[in-house]
Design a binder for this molecule. Structure first.
Ligand SMILES: *[C@@H]1O[C@H](CO)[C@@H](O)[C@H](O)[C@H]1NC(C)=O
Ligand SMILES: *[C@@H]1O[C@H](CO)[C@@H](O)[C@H](O)[C@H]1NC(C)=O
Ligand SMILES: *[C@@H]1O[C@H](CO)[C@@H](O)[C@H](O)[C@H]1NC(C)=O
Ligand SMILES: *[C@@H]1O[C@H](CO)[C@@H](O)[C@H](O)[C@H]1NC(C)=O
Ligand SMILES: *[C@@H]1O[C@H](CO)[C@@H](O)[C@H](O)[C@H]1NC(C)=O
Ligand SMILES: *[C@@H]1O[C@H](CO)[C@@H](O)[C@H](O)[C@H]1NC(C)=O
Length: 509
């Protein structure tokens, strides 16, 4: 079976793709066919085109044979698949994760007559070692030449990977964060030219979760509240995530050019299980908030999910998200929301309703993409003891599948449950955890809101404007096409408003 699938895939042309399958996300990126994991090399080019590279096995439905796949977009929702950007030279090596920068000042010397040269920095994995390599592109990121004097960093280790490079204006140097995966250490290196790197410091901290660290990203945030810059160090963990498998955590602190110092305890980026290897765009304008994309799966089950057998691909990305750093209940928190409010794919409003206690039904079986965005706003949550619940339930007009969740106002518990989608369950893989929850500590001003984007086999939920978020994959046997929001046993004066919009597919044009 596996052999058959592999040879069938290998005969497909690189660009052939069919995004019409009932599990295929329509407003999120997934590869044309084959297996995808981490986003790599995210950068915005000077023409305003967002580039996305990704860990890609073009000839199989499980990890292995790693290349850098490539796609481009003007708005992060409509994607064009491009030719594979970086390939291994032989079957013993693999092109692992990394980042890309625009070397507009020609610091590298690779770009004699241009200010839009791109340098990719990635890990070359071989049975003997993991070393850091660079490759340069003189055509804006579409084709790359490997640097003749690679590797640029060799630490004599088989577990040393995922370089992320940013420009540090204060010291006029490039800074690399890279994972000594099994040592649970993030190394920082600096360089004037992307070729010669000097070890600057090691960051580690007792008590962090995880058996291995991967994909560090150090991201600068401007915080309006305190008119100050802070740095957030995101670290992906696999295995050893608190909920099992893989996830992303972060530490808020300060980077001084050589050392990162954490100022707060770590936080998880997500309260569900499908958010890994998040990466942040480089080269976006200084006055714009950071933008991220994560891989929306989990290593515990990603190689078994049914999109492989049914639709010839595995792996999808999260929505593109815009992030801010804010104090929430006294601690620094990275908030996230869909980039640009989904404006380029947001279709007509299909529902605007409110209720005190009762059901609001939104039938979206006529929305071609089978994807919608929705928000639920609860107000007037007052009194000594908040009561009741506000549930969402996605059901299928043609089958038995459902995906439900919501808020218990008395305990402040918000939950999501995917046990009702029957195409893949704990019976197929016991790590496919059925339900997730988090707690809302308080309802400021008597309000609580949640919003979400459901897209055939992915749901992302944002609580209170993105103070907490969850990314949940699910695999129904029949499309989910009806949303019911139910307000039950609410206290006097509490009301619920629901808005829902159809989304247009990013793959139509
Ligand atoms: C870019 O760097 C190379 C090598 O240092 C140099 O030959 C070339 O003149 C530089 N070009 C510009 C425009 O600075
Ligand atoms: C590289 O690592 C191996 C295995 O840990 C060790 O035996 C060897 O001495 C190291 N080589 C160098 C040059 O440090
Ligand atoms: C940094 O950490 C790595 C991984 O533990 C270790 O091999 C290396 O020696 C450390 N470097 C320094 C300068 O301490
Ligand atoms: C950066 O922080 C480290 C560790 O606290 C310190 O040793 C170093 O002197 C600092 N560098 C600068 C430029 O402040
Ligand atoms: C959601 O709908 C399904 C199918 O009708 C039902 O079994 C489930 O109990 C509902 N969930 C909630 C929380 O009401
Ligand atoms: C909430 O999730 C935790 C795991 O994070 C689990 O231990 C707990 O049982 C869940 N609570 C409920 C009420 O489902």
């Amino acid at each position: 079976m596996r052999f058959f699938v592999l040879s069938a895939l290998a005969s497909l042309a690189w660009a052939s793709s069919d995004y019409s399958g009932p599990l295929r996300p329509q407003v999120r990126f997934s590869p044309p066919h084959g297996f995808m994991n981490d986003p790599n090399g995210l950068f915005l080019d000077p023409k305003g085109i967002y580039h996305l590279y990704y860990q890609y096995n073009p000839t199989g439905l499980v990890a292995g044979n790693q290349h850098w796949g490539h796609a481009t977009s003007r708005d992060l929702y409509h994607w064009t698949n491009q030719r594979i950007a970086i390939s291994p030279d032989n079957s013993d090596e693999a092109i692992f994760s990394g980042s890309a920068v625009v070397d507009s000042e020609n610091t590298s010397g690779f770009f004699p007559d241009q200010d839009d040269g791109v340098v990719a920095i990635y890990t070359l994995d071989t049975p003997e070692a993991e070393t850091q390599h660079i490759a340069y592109s003189r055509d804006g990121g579409y084709s790359f030449t490997k640097y003749a004097s690679n590797p640029v960093i060799d630490s004599n280790s088989t577990d040393f990977r995922d370089p992320q490079v940013v420009w540090h204006p204060e010291t006029q140097k490039w800074v690399m964060a890279v994972a000594y995966a099994k040592d649970l250490v993030i190394g920082f290196y600096t360089s004037p030219n992307l070729k010669d790197w000097t070890h600057a410091s090691n960051f580690s901290q007792k008590g962090l979760p995880g058996d291995q660290f991967e994909c560090p990203n150090m991201v600068k945030f401007s915080v309006d509240e305190i008119d100050e810059e802070k740095h957030v160090l995101f670290i992906s963990i696999n295995p050893g995530a608190p909920l099992g498998g893989s996830t992303t955590m972060y530490l808020v602190g300060h980077f001084n050019g050589t050392h990162f110092t954490a100022e707060d305890p770590f936080k998880l980026a997500d309260f569900s299980k499908d958010n890994y290897a998040a990466q942040w765009y480089s080269n976006i304008p200084e006055d714009q908030d950071p933008i991220s994309i994560a891989w929306a799966s989990n290593w515990q089950y990603t190689e078994e999910v049914p999109t492989g057998q049914l639709e010839g691909y595995r792996g999808s990305n999260s929505l593109p998200r815009v992030n801010t750093l804010q104090k929430v209940d006294g601690t620094w928190t990275v908030t996230s929301a869909p980039y640009d409010g989904l404006s380029t794919v947001k279709g007509p409003l299909i529902s605007r309703q409110s209720t005190r206690n009762g059901d609001i039904a939104v039938d979206f079986s006529k929305v071609d993409s089978n994807a919608i965005s929705f928000d639920v706003e609860v107000s007037g949550i007052f009194g000594p003891q908040a009561t009741g619940e506000v549930i969402f339930n996605f059901t299928s007009s043609t089958g038995e599948d459902f995906l439900d969740g919501g808020i218990h106002l008395d305990s402040g518990e918000f939950w999501i449950n995917r046990a009702g989608t029957h195409g893949f369950t704990t019976a197929d893989n016991k790590a496919f955890t059925p339900s997730f929850n988090t707690t809302i500590p308080s309802f400021a001003n008597g309000r609580f809101s949640y919003s979400g984007v459901i897209d055939r086999s992915l749901l992302e939920i944002f609580l209170n404007g993105g103070e907490q978020s969850a990314t949940t994959s699910f695999f129904p046997n029949s499309p989910l096409d009806v949303l019911t929001v139910s307000a039950r046993s609410l206290g006097k004066g509490t009301t619920v408003k629901v808005n829902a919009w159809g989304l247009e597919s990013g793959w139509n044009s």
